[in-house]
Design a protein around this ligand. Structure first.
Ligand SMILES: Nc1nc2c(ncn2[C@@H]2O[C@H](COP(=O)(O)OP(=O)(O)OP(=O)(O)O)[C@@H](O)[C@H]2O)c(=O)[nH]1
Length: 780
């Protein structure tokens, strides 16, 4: 581990011990993989199909494919399942790259950010556009690391369909479960690709069973593998009863043999395939009435006569309805099975018009788009990736940002093609566009053609909402993103190299926040230092790295700290009076309130008013009171952490005429602080769901170590020769875990972490933490 990290350190000239330990997060393999220096891409790309020189006319036919022929697809998976390798093969076979990229060599197209190449993990989702057999495929590569779950969810929002890639030797892994649930939430039709069929331990049967059991999905086996592990040589197409053989393993896999199974030469295999096909037909017939009619009617006697196209059409419908998932298999690394996967993407996953987006009716053909990714390009400024749901975007035109309530101008429109971008004159519904010139649009913003168009859409949405008795606000109805941004769990201070460079740091952080809404930046009110808050150690490390690389700023990070929360254990009342004369004006407020514990798991306090207060309370005073409450709850009395699980009731409020709203807020805030100080207090710490995959031989030391980390084991399952340990562990105990786990297991274990909730610390641990924070206890 450390030798790899040192390599990283050398590459970056200077790297602190802190960063080395920060790097050691979450997924051992992720950090260990391929820390390589940045090498500019020496890849060769093909030009767009049908594009002769820069001929705009031929370009027009290329950029406006019929909507039925568009597929907006994402690839999702657990880390290391092979998303990037599969994407690389897809780009190669579709003709967009002329050579094969390799994650292990750090020269893939989608991992185009420098850090991605160095660390070998996919941080940013890059949208890539290519064609396959007359279809336009926009492919978004989603990251698999737990720190970037938000990024995955945001990308899912703009997809019409997804391919879930699995490591066939591991089946369904922790991160896939998370992403699968997110895809369920956004109702995204999926197909499964069991990758790594060439790997020792690969098991088609096991992986299919784990899809059935863990994902609670109905797998439709469209293929059977020909051999497993080293013997894997191709697949059988169950639908067409053909075998597909990649006979030359050393070659690029472009050429393969597709032969019908024959009674004479493949009797056994044909029998097995015919059985699998009959099972498939029955399964699909159970889920699709139209197909059931066909099967029970003219083909009931002999399923063999059932035309392939009819079965394919029914599988398409069932996939769209999400009542089952087609399953395919292959080995991206060994160049086997990727072309049939591409066929399946075009055949079974939906086009934009197959998806029923409710909000489209409100726009009536006007522009409606979602900005799902912002990148900062040194030459061109911010580049905003947009999914267009309806209408059209043109360069040199104005657009209206609903979230930002501002009008902006698109200067240029580009077709995203990894790190090549091709200028285009317009882009229509269903497509993914890359816009240049938008100065304020951030990731997650909804775009309309103009303010009046957005207002008209809002009115239509309101009428619809009234019909269905929905209570959403105008903005909520129109905003498409709907991605909840989780609260950060880690924070640390960040300092520029000199005070003079603070504005540069502020600018860099502002840009990075536009790209990544899960990054929070705040000012420490006591020290005046800038504080970075992120979703994980790796997240903060990457932000630090990008500031150096992209903005040329060598910044210094303070120690990484866990974001604790606080709560109270009993109800308390407090009264406070603020009496201040400023100039000739007297400001006088008296407030009496009660703070009591409730269970919400939220840092937003529940606010109540006693009837005597709520009568005749002017709106401005109410706003001032609530501002005071919210600001007081941001900093608890124990650690200065946010207060969770409280309800605040205002019992009395006396305001002297002429008192400013600022003074009302200040008095309420002070009174709450007073009440919180009187209450019995409790520190809450982030508790993580942990899944460790470890060889059986190393199980005991891993369990012993987890016990020392205050971990709770929930379950230990056996998966082939591995043990899968699931449980909970406090986040504070898991920093730098990857280094320890590696030492304990000779590098053979992997782990995944996810925030579960905030739990009360026991009195002893709390006392130790408070002692450490106040400097009284320096031992730990
Ligand atoms: N044996 C085998 N190894 C594979 C296959 N596909 C990918 N790999 C290897 O698995 C490792 C991970 O592959 P990636 O393509 O980076 O996986 P990923 O899912 O994109 O990983 P992240 O971007 O880090 O989430 C690399 O070492 C690949 O060479 C396969 O079909 N067979």
């Amino acid at each position: 581990m450390f030798s790899n990290l040192r390599k990283f350190g050398v590459n970056h000239k200077k790297i602190s011990i802190l960063h080395i330990s920060n790097m050691c997060c979450c997924k051992i393999k992720a950090s260990l993989k391929r820390l390589k220096p940045y090498v500019p891409l020496g890849r060769s790309y093909s030009s767009l199909p049908g594009l002769v020189g820069n001929d705009i006319k031929s370009l027009h036919s290329v950029i406006s494919p019929p909507i039925a022929k568009i597929r907006n697809i994402g690839i999702m998976a657990h880390i290391d399942a092979g998303k990037t390798t599969t994407t690389e093969r897809i780009l190669y076979y579709s003709g967009y790259t002329r050579s094969l990229g390799d994650v292990d060599d750090g020269d893939t197209v989608t991992d185009f950010m420098a850090q991605e190449r160095e660390r070998g993990i996919t941080i940013q989702s890059a949208a890539v556009t290519f064609d396959w057999k007359g279809y336009r495929v926009n492919l978004i590569d989603t990251p698999g690391h737990v720190d970037f779950t938000l990024e995955v969810e945001r990308c899912l929002r703009v997809l019409d369909g997804a391919v879930a890639v699995f490591d066939a030797s591991a089946g369904v892994e922790a991160q896939t479960l998370t992403v699968w649930r997110q895809a369920d939430k956004h109702k995204i039709p999926r197909i499964c690709f069991l990758n790594k069929m060439d790997k020792t331990g690969a098991s088609f049967k096991y992986a299919v069973e784990s899809i059935r059991e863990k994902l609670k999905a109905k797998p439709l086996l469209l293929q059977l593998p020909l051999g497993e592990g080293k013997a894997f040589k191709g697949v059988v197409d169950v639908v067409s009863k053909e075998k597909l053989l990649w006979n030359h393993p050393s070659e690029d896999g472009k050429d393969f043999e597709r032969k019908p199974l024959l009674e004479t030469s493949d009797a056994e295999l044909l029998k097995e395939t015919a059985e699998a096909r009959n099972d498939l037909i029955e399964q699909v017939a159970d889920l699709d009435d139209e197909f059931a009619g066909l099967v029970l009617g003219e083909f009931s006697e002999n399923f063999d006569l059932l035309p392939t196209e009819k079965l394919q059409a029914a599988i398409h419908r069932v996939t769209l309805a999400q009542t089952a998932v087609p399953v395919l298999c292959g080995s991206a690394l060994k160049n086997k099975g990727v072309q049939p996967l591409l066929d399946a993407i075009t055949m079974y996953l939906p086009s934009p018009e197959d998806r029923n987006y409710e909000f489209l009716q409100w726009y009536k053909g006007d522009l409606c788009a979602l900005a799902f990714k912002v990148l900062h390009d040194k030459q061109r400024g911010p580049l905003v990736f947009m999914r267009i749901y309806s209408g059209m975007i043109k360069p040199q035109s104005a657009i209206y940002n609903i979230n930002g309530n501002c009008t902006e101008r698109v200067s240029r429109l580009l077709l995203p093609f990894a790190d090549q971008h091709i200028e285009i004159p317009s882009l229509t519904a269903g497509n993914i566009a890359l816009t240049v010139g938008l100065k304020h649009t951030a990731t997650g913003d909804t775009i309309a053609s103009s303010k009046s168009s957005a207002l008209a859409a809002a009115r239509r949405a309101e009428r619809e909402g009234e019909k269905q008795h929905r209570q959403n606000s105008e903005a909520e109805r129109l905003l498409l993103a709907g991605v909840e941004i989780p609260e950060p769990v880690f924070f640390c201070t960040i300092e520029p190299p000199s005070v003079a460079r603070q504005p540069d740091l502020d600018y860099a952080l502002k840009c990075l926040q536009r790209e990544d809404p899960s990054l929070k930046v705040k000012l420490d009110p006591d020290s005046g230092q800038t504080v970075l808050c992120g979703m994980g150690e790796l997240h903060i490390e990457i932000i630090h790295d990008r500031i150096k690389r992209e903005y040329g700023l060598e910044t210094y990070l303070g120690p990484l700290q866990v974001a604790y929360r606080e709560t109270i254990l009993n109800a308390v009342r407090a009264t406070d009076t603020l009496d201040r004369t400023l100039g000739d004006k007297r400001h006088l407020v008296t407030v009496e309130l009660e703070v009591k514990p409730i269970e919400t798991s939220s840092v937003t306090p529940v606010i109540k008013y006693a009837p005597s207060v709520s009568e005749d309370l002017p709106k401005v005073s109410q706003e001032a009171i609530e501002n005071g409450i919210h600001s007081a709850c941001l900093q608890g009395p124990l650690l200065g952490s946010p207060i969770q699980d409280v309800a605040i009731t205002l019992h009395s409020l006396i305001i002297h005429p002429g008192t400013s709203t600022t003074m009302i807020s200040a008095c309420v805030s002070r009174c709450i602080q007073k009440a919180l100080k009187k209450a019995d207090k409790q520190v809450l710490e982030p508790l993580m769901n942990l899944e460790v995959t470890v060889m059986g031989d190393y199980l005991s030391p891993v369990l012993a170590d987890l016990a020392q980390r205050r971990g709770t084991i929930q379950e230990i399952q056996t998966r082939q020769e591995n043990k899968i340990v699931t449980g909970f562990v406090p986040l504070a105990e898991i920093m730098g875990y990857s280094t320890v786990l590696r030492t304990l297991t000779s590098g053979s274990a992997t782990f995944a972490l996810e925030l579960c909730n905030y739990q009360a610390m026991n009195p002893q641990d709390q006392a130790t933490l408070l002692g450490r924070r106040s400097g009284l206890n320096q031992v730990l």
